[in-house]
Design a protein around this ligand. Structure first.
Ligand code: GLA
Length: 383
């Protein structure tokens, strides 16, 4: 949909000339389920965005129409709203409410949301709608806040209003993405570094088309298991405040006390942090072979230790591995379905796409979508 078409669609619903904002979805190259453990992540914003067309209202009412769900949600910001209704509008409404709670004077508005980020596929359509809505509401209300604050408020909306206890990675990259770069974020200090991506490889995303229905409850369960690990380990290692302070050796040492499940969760997180650091070095040295090897290791660990992969994701990674020109492949995002991210040499992309589509159909009877992505900048006003 072009901006003109979006404007026309908006004007069919509401009056006035809208401003339009966008925020991107993301892939995470490596560093999965580490963000809420104060660890390292390495996402990149991609060229799928959520667009929000908006005009200001004179009252405190928010009307939000989604062109995907073909329905409108409405709330009065002057009244209390019920969280966790398991409705798509929890995301944008949650942001408006959390902005208000943080003391920002947000106006009522009419919004039309147009989402390009495949929904429920682990490419973070949720952060894209949160951040684009947040930016739009702030801007038409004439309120200026820094982007890190916006990212944190959007995360709060997801944690407290939607009810998913996610980390900051997705909202951060939706705000701070940089075209042609991945961004390495230290989720403890919140310092980040843009890492240039080589131009002879493509980030290819393979969508298993399996949606992560269990994702939210299983995600929260993983988070609790990590917290349990910290609780146990900190009794022996007093300096431990989060799994960031723990090494895989520590985890091995207290294996019996942790119990098998918590042991495996902690092992994944602590080893994954080292993989991200090594991956950043490999990217700096343009050593894609090492980078790819770390991606495979990450997938294996998510499959066997963190247990958030799905059969379809494993099939996709196994199909990618032997293809000429593929450096690495792994599931990306929270897991339980969704997508894999593949690092593929530019020359091999066509062959890769065909082989994956055919192989996946043969192995699962399902049709995969393959997106050859480019990387993108973070959220912005586009009209
Ligand atoms: C989801 C969450 C992120 C992160 C990933 C797993 O995308 O929103 O905060 O925890 O899962 O790495």
């Amino acid at each position: 949909m072009t901006l003109e078409e979006l404007t026309a669609a908006f004007q069919k619903l509401y009056k006035g000339q809208p401003r339009i904002y966008r925020a991107p979805g993301r892939v995470n190259l490596i560093g999965e389920h580490t963000d809420y453990n104060e660890g390292f992540v390495m996402p990149a914003a991609i060229n799928f965005s959520t667009f929000v067309a908006i005009t200001k209202r004179d009252d405190q009412v928010l009307k939000i129409h989604s062109d995907i769900f073909k329905e409108e949600a409405e709330i009065d910001l002057a009244q209390d709203a019920t969280p966790g209704r398991k409705h798509w509008s929890d995301y944008p409404l949650g942001v408006a409410i959390k902005l208000k709670e943080a003391g920002h004077n947000i106006s009522g508005a009419n919004l039309l949301v147009h989402g390009e980020v495949p929904f429920g596929s682990g490419l973070s359509s949720s952060a894209a709608i949160e951040v684009s809505t947040g930016l739009a509401l702030l801007d038409i209300s004439g309120v200026k806040i820094d982007r890190l604050k916006l990212a944190k408020i959007c995360q709060k909306a997801e944690n407290e209003f939607v009810g998913a206890r996610t980390g900051l990675m997705d909202q951060f990259i939706a705000c701070f993405g940089k075209a042609d770069h991945a961004v390495m974020l230290d989720c403890r200090s919140l310092e980040s570094r843009a890492l240039p991506l080589p131009d002879d490889v493509k980030l290819v995303v393979c969508n298993t088309m399996v949606k992560h229905e269990l994702a939210s409850s299983e995600y929260n369960a993983r988070r609790e298991q990590c917290e349990e690990g910290v609780r146990i380990l900190s009794q022996h290692l007093p300096k431990v405040n989060s799994l960031r302070d723990v090494t895989p050796n520590d985890v091995e040492r207290f294996r019996a006390e942790l119990g098998e499940v918590v042991f495996k969760r902690c092992l994944h997180v602590t080893a994954e942090n080292y993989r991200v650091l090594k991956a950043a070095d490999a990217l700096r040295d343009r050593d894609l072979k090492t980078f790819g090897k770390l991606m495979y290791e990450s997938h294996q660990s998510l499959r066997d230790d963190y247990e958030v992969s799905y059969k379809e994701l494993d099939v996709m990674v196994d199909l990618a591995k032997p293809i000429e020109g593929v450096f690495g492949a792994r599931m990306t995002g929270g897991g339980f379905g969704g997508c894999t991210i593949n690092l593929v040499s530019v020359d091999a992309v066509d062959e890769f796409t065909q082989t994956i589509k055919n192989g996946y159909a043969e192995a699962t009877g399902k049709h995969a979508e393959v997106y050859v992505c480019s990387t993108a900048d973070g959220a912005e006003r586009v009209q």
